[in-house]
Write a new protein. Structure first.
Length: 317
């Protein structure tokens, strides 16, 4: 088994401790270890495909024996500072073509998840997949036309929010910040800066009762209700996750079926999904995160740990 994640990943540690207790062999590494601290040697054989090893000074994996890859949260490839910027960019492109390329072409290997499937899980793709699967999705507009926002807001009763397409973390002038979901006031509907790039707008679910975080491991669903108090976390619980109350949750059968269908469509073995439940009990799919965290929720930490360990140990695509 190959585990690819950053060095200090406490979430991965839960699963790796479980695998160690079971006596399941694995090698943990990071993309940042390649090529300075780890080595890939692969030779194409006409009948057997790629054979060889990926290893460091102490441990490694035989490609012919690899059954599963847990692509958790790797950090970028690392190259010497003596290389120029163009050299490092070229070297990174070659490493990306070789390492995931060789590993991804090995037959019968389970990926949790394949990096290409993670990359393909864009906001437009996941919302469209959810709608095809019969899940409710808030009315959504993607545009860089300021004139399109006010008519859309009118359809939504004048209450809309905006969200970023990818990760919420950003850095400016050396300072790290987060771009959370925020309300768009009417006086900003026609803001000309909307024309500078694409924006995503959605109807605000104003009658939100609570949210549900659903962690899916190969079709096993682990839902937890998240209850936010009045305040910053009410609109986006990521603003203050420590203020949340967690309670067990049950999903309606059609919602559970829609989630499994959505993830199958997206090619994801693992994902963390966020849903909003309104006062009438309607479930709205808000986000599909193929690398979402799960160990921060006490209620489901142990069962998810065991489900991931079972899956990686079995190693069946």
């Amino acid at each position: 088994m190959l585990v690819i994640t950053y060095a200090l990943d406490p979430t991965a540690d839960y699963v790796l401790r479980e695998l160690t207790q079971r006596g399941v062999p694995f090698w943990r590494t990071d993309l940042a270890d390649f090529p300075r601290r780890s080595t890939l040697t692969a030779e194409l054989q006409p009948e057997a495909g790629w054979t060889g090893r990926m290893y460091d000074g102490l441990r490694g994996v035989d490609l012919s024996e690899l059954r599963s890859v847990w692509w958790r949260k790797p950090t970028p490839y690392s190259f010497p500072d003596t290389m120029s910027g163009p050299e490092r960019r070229f070297a990174a492109s070659q490493a990306k073509g070789a390492l995931p390329g060789v590993l991804g072409s090995l037959p019968g290997v389970l990926w949790v998840n394949h990096p290409e499937r993670n990359a393909d899980c864009t906001k437009p793709a996941q919302l469209a997949a959810a709608a095809r699967a019969g899940l409710r999705v808030p009315e959504t507009l993607i545009t860089n036309d300021p004139a399109a926002v006010a008519p859309f807001a009118a359809k939504c009763g004048g209450r809309i929010v905006t969200k970023v397409f990818g990760g919420i973390v950003h850095t400016e002038d050396g300072k790290r910040g987060q771009l959370y979901t925020r309300r768009v006031p009417p006086d900003q509907f026609s803001n000309p800066r909307i024309g500078l790039t694409a924006h995503l707008f959605q109807r605000e679910i104003t009658t939100k009762a609570y949210e549900i975080r659903v962690t899916s491991v190969a079709g096993q669903l682990f839902p937890v209700a998240l209850h936010a108090p009045d305040g910053p976390a009410r609109l986006d619980w990521r603003r203050d996750s420590s203020s949340l109350a967690h309670t067990p949750a049950a999903l309606p059968a059609d919602v559970a079926h829609g989630i499994r269908t959505t993830l199958r469509d997206l090619g994801l073995v693992y994902a963390a999904l966020d849903l909003i439940v309104d006062a009438d009990g309607t479930h709205y799919l808000i986000d599909v995160n193929p690398g979402g965290q799960w160990a921060w929720i006490d209620l489901t930490r142990e069962p998810i740990t065991h489900a991931l360990a079972d899956l990686l140990e079995k190693g069946t695509p």
